[in-house]
Design a protein around this ligand. Structure first.
Ligand code: ATP
Ligand code: MG
Length: 429
């Protein structure tokens, strides 16, 4: 992408309304723009990151056996009356009337909707287990939308719903999601700690929030120091060990009953990026979502639901990856991989080298943002540092004469002088 043709409205000044670094950097880097409180436009750079995060979430859901569908944002109130949540939900739910005065709502979540799909089509235990998910915008009329996309009113969520014949099956489905979540966050270079959370009416320890540690996090969390020594990088994830270690959010943590001795207990702040829970027949029983068992008896299906804050993750990633000059994207979610900076587009040799390189990078499928504008060098570097692409390739007139370009790592600041061929080889590896 040529910067001269792109839409990247970066801000020179720090926006006054931004209280935390990710919000400030997203506004400054031209990733988002607020339309109303807690409601944002996703501008091209931000949208590219959102799509990459979404794609990682999707791939790990698919790998875990969940099946993607798409449910609408607008739902009829009827199904929420069936589950009893229409009254219970309160002011967070945006209630709407259509032209026929029918009660509708903008979905804050989709348990009722997915239970309705299930009850229409699934009748036998033989069709189970089933896990349906979608990645769709939600609306919650939060009292205090803040921190940009971290606590929005409209936000993008991945929500999956599992259906099983019995508790043993539901537990397997829950654990599959637990593992998929760890893999999902790990692929984004994030370490998320699974924490015991307030579980639904059915209890047990079958509710976990996945928290990323960050000083700006909204939740207060407590965890066993042993988590810091844990290696979560392998393909095999030891669920028993993980759920055996103590970690809890403040609403669940009870100092009097905490099994971890004080010297091993860490207190920190966290950003909740995911929440999974098992809730049994809470929706299936009132909504009549039953299946026939092997004994010929009909039973309400066992369910769980599994959310990931896709748009919140974009902010959380920046909280985890930034420095004083701007964002430092990990490769896994970077909007472009390479920032190609032509320092002197008015110099024939420099321009020719940069143009040639740009074509080769594109041909190699390496997503490149190419600054071929007439800006001065200092401003070019400042912008590229701000938007944080992992690799900067700098083409200047002196190097161009010698047939060399400079490669710089945004994260470490290391630099290498390379021929264009060597550079391409290195980036392809
Ligand atoms: P929170 O405690 O942060 O309000 P929640 O418990 O209401 O979250 P869930 O219903 O579990 O959230 O939703 C699943 C995920 O959606 C959360 O883990 C979070 O990552 C994300 N999420 C929830 N509310 C918001 C919001 N207002 N803005 C952005 N993301 C959100
Ligand atoms: Mg929660």
């Amino acid at each position: 992408m040529r910067l001269s043709r792109y839409f990247l409205p970066v801000l020179k000044e720090d926006p006054a309304e931004a209280e935390i670094v990710s919000h400030r950097l997203m506004l400054r880097a031209g990733m988002i723009q607020q339309l109303a409180a807690g409601i944002y436009n996703w501008l091209p750079l931000g949208f590219r990151v959102l799509k990459r995060v979404e794609q990682i979430v999707r791939e790990e859901m698919d790998r875990a056996g969940a099946i993607e569908i798409l449910m609408p944002t607008i739902q009829p109130a009827d199904i929420w009356k069936e589950s009893g949540r229409y009254e219970a939900y309160g002011k967070e739910m945006l209630r709407i009337r259509d032209r026929h005065e029918r009660e509708m709502l903008y979905g804050p979540t989709n348990e009722e909707n997915v239970t309705d799909i299930f009850r229409r089509h699934v009748k036998s235990y033989r069709q189970l287990p089933l896990n349906l998910y979608h990645i769709q915008w939600k609306f919650r009329d939060e009292i205090r939308p803040r921190f940009g996309v971290m606590r929005g009113r409209e936000f993008l969520m991945k929500d999956a719903y599992s259906f099983d014949y019995d508790f043993a099956g539901a537990k397997r489905s829950y654990e599959a999601m637990f593992v998929a979540y760890l893999k999902t966050f790990r692929r984004m270079d994030l370490t998320a700690i699974p924490m015991q959370a307030e579980s639904g009416p059915i209890g047990g320890n079958m509710s976990h929030e996945f928290q990323i540690l960050a000083s700006t996090g909204e939740s207060e969390v407590f965890y066993d120091r042993a988590f810091e020594e844990l290696d979560l990088s392998g393909e095999e994830i030891d669920i028993e060990r993980l759920t055996g270690l103590y970690a809890a959010t403040d609403d669940k943590h009870d100092p009097a009953r905490c099994p971890v001795p004080p010297e091993r207990l860490k207190k920190a702040r966290g950003i909740e990026v995911g929440h999974i829970f098992y809730f049994g027949t809470k929706y299936s029983a009132p909504m009549g979502a039953t299946v026939m068992g092997p004994d010929g008896r009909e039973v309400p299906v066992e369910m769980g639901s599994y959310g990931i804050g896709v748009s919140r993750l974009v902010g959380a990633l920046i909280e985890a990856f930034h420095d004083e000059r701007g964002i430092v994207w990990p490769e896994s979610v970077a909007p472009f991989r390479v920032a190609l900076i032509s320092l002197r587009p008015d110099d024939a040799a420099c321009a020719a080298l940069a143009e040639g390189l740009y074509e080769k990078l594109e041909a190699a499928g390496i997503a490149t943002l190419y600054d071929e504008t007439e800006e001065r060098a200092g401003a070019k570097f400042a912008t590229m540092d701000l938007i944080g692409l992992p690799w900067q390739v700098i083409v200047g007139p002196r190097g161009a004469k010698a047939g060399l370009v400079e490669l710089k790592s945004r994260a470490s600041g290391e630099r290498w002088e390379l021929t264009p061929e060597a550079l391409l080889q290195r980036l392809a590896a």
